[in-house]
Design a binder for this molecule. Structure first.
Ligand code: ROI
Length: 167
C-alpha cells in the first residue's frame, strides 16, 4: 500500500501537557495503516496570540500513513477529542491538545477544512525548531532550506525540555 510521509505539529497548554503530547504520539503510532517514524523533543514555548494563558508544550512528529489527508485529519481530531479537547469559539485560547498536519508528502491542499502546507508554519518557532530537529536537511515548499527558516525565527520564548522530561 502506498504510504506518504506526514509531519504533525503537537501543542498543549492545559493539563499535564508533557504526558498528553507523549500519549498523543503513541496514539498516532497505532492509527490504522500508519506508523510513527520520528518524534522531536518536547519544547516549552511562550504563547503566541493572547499572553494571558499558560506556556505551551510543543513537539513535531513524523509518521508514515496510507490514510488520505481528510481521513488523517478526522483521525487526529478523534485523538484531540479523546484527550478532552473542547473546540471553543475562542480560536486562540488554551487547549489540552492541538494536532496540526504541517506537511503531507509534497501535496498542496486547500479545502475549507484543511490547508497544507500549514499556513502558520513560517513564523512559528515552536513548529520550525522541533521540525528541524527531526528533518535537518528538509527543503521547504518555497524551495528554501528549513535551516534558513529556522535562522530567521525568534527563539527567545522557546526552551527544549531536558531528556529526563521526555516520556
Ligand atoms: N502558542 C504556542 N507557543 N504554541 C502553540 O501550540 C500555540 N497554539 C495556538 C495559539 C493559541 C495560536 N498559540 C500557541 O493555537
Amino acid at each position: 500500500m502506498h504510504k506518504e510521509h506526514v509531519y504533525i505539529g503537537l501543542g498543549s497548554n492545559q493539563g499535564d501537557s508533557e504526558e498528553v503530547l507523549s500519549q498523543a504520539m503513541a496514539d498516532i503510532d497505532v492509527l490504522e495503516n500508519s506508523r510513527l517514524l520520528a518524534r522531536s523533543s518536547l519544547y516549552v514555548s511562550s504563547p503566541m496570540g493572547p499572553q494571558d494563558q499558560p506556556n505551551f508544550v510543543n513537539a513535531v512528529c513524523l509518521a508514515e500513513t496510507s490514510l488520505p489527508p481528510a481521513e488523517l485529519l478526522c483521525a487526529l481530531q478523534d485523538i484531540e477529542q479523546a484527550h478532552g479537547r473542547v473546540r471553543k469559539a475562542d480560536r486562540w485560547g488554551p487547549r489540552t491538545l492541538d494536532l496540526d498536519i504541517l506537511l503531507y508528502g509534497n501535496q498542496h491542499i486547500d479545502t475549507p477544512d484543511l490547508t497544507i502546507p500549514h499556513y502558520g508554519m513560517a513564523d512559528r518557532e515552536f513548529v520550525l525548531v522541533p521540525l528541524f530537529e527531526i528533518a535537518p536537511s528538509m527543503i521547504m515548499p518555497d524551495g528554501k532550506p528549513l535551516a534558513l527558516w529556522v535562522a530567521k525565527c525568534n527563539l527567545d520564548g522557546l526552551k527544549r525540555l531536558p531528556t529526563s522530561n521526555q516520556r
